[in-house]
Ligand binder design. Structure first.
Ligand SMILES: Nc1ncnc2c1ncn2[C@@H]1O[C@H](COP(=O)(O)OP(=O)(O)OP(=O)(O)O)[C@@H](O)[C@H]1O
Ligand SMILES: [Mg+2]
Length: 208
């Protein structure tokens, strides 16, 4: 396998927890320092991934089985890892990814109830074993997260019942607790700037 010199950072968390906002802030901060950095999101950031994203988010709920959902997310992920992430890391870039494999453990595992071992296998196949060096979990009470986004049309996941999102939230917290060195759990109700500060502290310490 080729040497990977870059830094792989992922953001996780439930609906409306502020992932997209914080990934953008971190991306801009690194860009200002003239560091080589790319910002991508899952599912998407490739032509195939964007097509699958439309299906996964806006398709009819009962047309996609939980197992098909697992494999579609991982199809998008396999393409993203091979086409974008691995080349960027090999070129020494910082890769910021808005959601990654932990989302599948939380949503398809804890949310949908698929077997965790099967998900880990599927994830490992799609990623070729690639793991983020650092993951930020933005944790927010389910209703507060959903309320932040209530102004526009709701996608397949946002339409799920509160109990589904509650399982996702608890799942994320368990995953984070099982890998404390990789994860930083942040209270997503804090002020945006405060959250950005906590993230920056961690990222800048590893860049030194
Ligand atoms: N710390 C915060 N305090 C208050 N509002 C916030 C905070 N962070 C983000 N928001 C707002 O909450 C909304 C959702 O944020 P954002 O889109 O970044 O979340 P997300 O986790 O990416 O959501 P999604 O699950 O839809 O991808 C936005 O309107 C954003 O401005
Ligand atoms: Mg987002």
């Amino acid at each position: 396998m080729k040497e990977k010199n870059g830094l792989f950072i992922t953001f996780e968390g439930g609906e409306g927890s502020g992932k997209s906002l914080q990934t953008r802030k971190l991306y801009r901060r690194l860009q200002k320092l003239s560091l080589p950095v790319i910002l991508i999101h899952e599912p998407g950031s490739t032509a195939l991934g964007e097509k699958l994203s439309r299906l996964l988010k806006w398709g009819h709920s009962n047309e996609i089985s939980p197992l098909a959902e697992l494999l579609l997310f991982n199809a998008a992920r396999a393409q993203l890892v091979q086409q974008v992430i691995n080349p960027a890391l090999s070129a020494g870039k910082i890769v910021i990814c808005d959601r990654f494999a932990d989302s599948t453990l939380a949503y398809q595992g804890c949310g949908r109830g698929l077997d965790m071992a099967a998900i880990k296998n599927a994830n490992a196949t799609a990623t070729g074993g690639l793991q983020p060096e650092m993951t930020f979990l933005l944790d927010i009470p389910v209703k507060e997260g959903l309320a932040r986004k209530s102004t526009r049309e709701t996608n397949r996941f946002e339409k799920e019942e509160v109990a589904f999102h509650e399982r996702v939230r608890q799942g994320y917290l368990q995953i984070a607790a099982s890998e404390p060195r990789r994860f930083t759990v942040i209270d997503a109700r804090l002020d945006k700037k405060r959250i950005a500060g906590i993230i920056w502290q961690r990222v800048s310490s590893i860049l030194e």
